[in-house]
Structure formats: C-alpha cells, structure tokens
Design a protein around this ligand. Structure first.
Ligand code: IPD
Length: 266
C-alpha cells in the first residue's frame, strides 16, 4: 500500500473534514460531559468518543495495515510502519463552552516516537469557521487549498506569541509563572485553547510563535507538520519529567525565542 504523502494528505483531509461536520452537528445538538480524565477540568464529551470512532473506522477501511494512536481510545498496532495520530476534538473545553475555536486533528507518521517520527501528512479542521489546514511532507502547507507561510516579524519584541496550559492545577500555575517571564519581552500573549490551531496560526502568520510544555502527541502531530511545511522552525524534542516542550516560531525570531523560553523556565 502506498505511503505517498500527497495521497495520504488527501485522505487525511477527507476524513478530518467529514469528522468536523459530525462534531459540529453534535455541538449544535448540545454537548454534555461524558467523563473526566486527568483532573476534574479535563473532560471528555460523548462527541469526542463518537468522532474518534468515526475517524478510526474510516482509516481502518482505507488503510487496514496502519497503526492508530488517538486521544480517546486504545492504540492499535499495524504492519505498514505508519501510524495515524488523531485528536477528534482538540480544544475540548472551547467545544464544551461553545467557543468556536476547536479542531479535528489527523496526522499520519512514520515511526513511533514523537521526537524522531517523520510526519507524512496532516490536516487540522476548524469546523466552526470552515477552515481546513493541511500539509504533506515536502509538499508545503495550505489553508483552504491555498499555500500559507510563516511570518517575518522584525524582532521578538513585536512578535505575537501564544501558549497553552495543562489540566493539572499545580502544573498550570508553574506554566503561568513561566508565561509571566515571557510576556514582557514580546508584543503580547494569547491563550486560545486549542494547540493544533495555535500551531496552524503560526503556519498562517496569524501568530509569530507558540510554545507549550506537556502536549500529547495527538495535540501537535498534524499542527507541527503544517507549521514546519509553512517554513516555521518547529521543535518537539525537549522532554523534561516526561513532559514534552513543543515550539513553533517564525525563522527570524527562532533563536531569540528559544533563548527566552530557556531563561523563562518554560
Ligand atoms: C488541549 C488543548 C489546549 C492545550 C492543552 C491540551 P484537548 O487539548 O490543545 O490548548 O493547552 O494542553 O490538552 O484536551 O482539548 O484535546
């Protein structure tokens, strides 16, 4: 079976778009919390589970030999060397509150370790806005089919930067302290609640940089490829106490941004 990134990208776009329609329909019908996970504020809705099952079914139909890693169900092994990494609803809390910033994120990667895997294709859909971000390895990144590229900010001081916080209260407090050491050195900070979209925003020059420690592979697999293919400098290799730091930034500020994060203890 082919591992052609362009074909995988088309498949990812088709599946993520259909999954986005399903999630949006469920959102309009009303959302209820089905369970909590790592903490009382880390929720899963029935839609998260239904949308993941939908995506999983579509992948199994199209590519039965591929492995699967998703946020809401058990991982399964494959025989092809490729793994689909899926967040059915990234930005679950926004979804719950009706804030139109949540996404379906679908990526396919070669290899298993997020630090070393090679992403072949990815798609992030924001169904509320009808926006579709996509990329394939060495094929560039697009928004609604048009090429996108990371920005060219003149310096860090005028750069718009985003971050995110985890669900554990103590970790979130430490993350906010690190953010307080960053905010004085940049234009401003955003915390918009969906990591996949934050990464896509760096790809589309809507943000100059983004960082977050503690992301799970499904939060960033597709968005990181989209940002990298748009020319952003992306890193997901730094892991401390089991918590991975994911960064994406416009190339012109990448070195300065990395130094600032280090000094801030991010
Ligand atoms: C969360 C969002 C959020 C980020 C959290 C993630 P979820 O994903 O991406 O922006 O700050 O760290 O866990 O739980 O909505 O899929």
């Amino acid at each position: 079976m082919t591992a052609d990134p362009t074909e995988l990208r088309a498949l990812a776009v088709g599946i993520a778009t259909a999954a986005g329609e399903l999630a949006l329909r469920r959102r309009r019908e009303g959302v209820e919390i089905a369970a909590t996970k790592s903490s009382i504020v880390d929720v899963v809705t029935a839609a998260d589970r239904e949308v993941e099952a939908f995506i999983r079914g579509r992948i199994a139909e199209a590519r039965p030999g591929d492995a699967f890693l998703g946020e809401e169900s058990d991982a399964s092994a494959g025989s092809s060397g490729l793994t689909w990494v899926v967040d059915p609803i990234d930005g679950t809390v926004n979804y719950l509150y009706g804030i139109p910033r949540w996404a379906v994120s679908v990526a396919v990667v070669e290899g298993e370790d997020p630090a070393t895997w090679s992403a072949l294709a990815g798609c992030v859909v924001n169904p509320s806005l009808g926006e579709v971000f996509a990329a394939s390895a060495r094929g560039g990144a697009s928004l609604d089919g048009r090429p996108i590229s990371a920005g060219e900010p003149p310096g860090l001081g005028t750069s718009l930067v985003a971050t995110g916080f985890g669900y554990d209260a103590a970790i979130r407090t430490a993350q906010a302290q690190a953010a307080s050491r960053v905010i004085g050195s940049v234009r401003d900070l955003r915390r918009a609640g969906a990591a996949a979209l934050d990464l896509c925003d760096v790809a589309a020059s809507r943000l100059d940089a983004y960082w977050e420690r503690g992301l799970a592979p499904w939060d960033f697999a597709a968005g990181a490829l989209i940002a990298a293919e748009a020319g952003a400098v992306v890193s997901a290799a730094d892991v401390r106490d089991g918590r991975r730091l994911v960064t994406a930034s416009a190339p012109a500020i990448a070195a300065e941004f990395a130094e600032l994060l280090l000094a801030a203890g991010a």
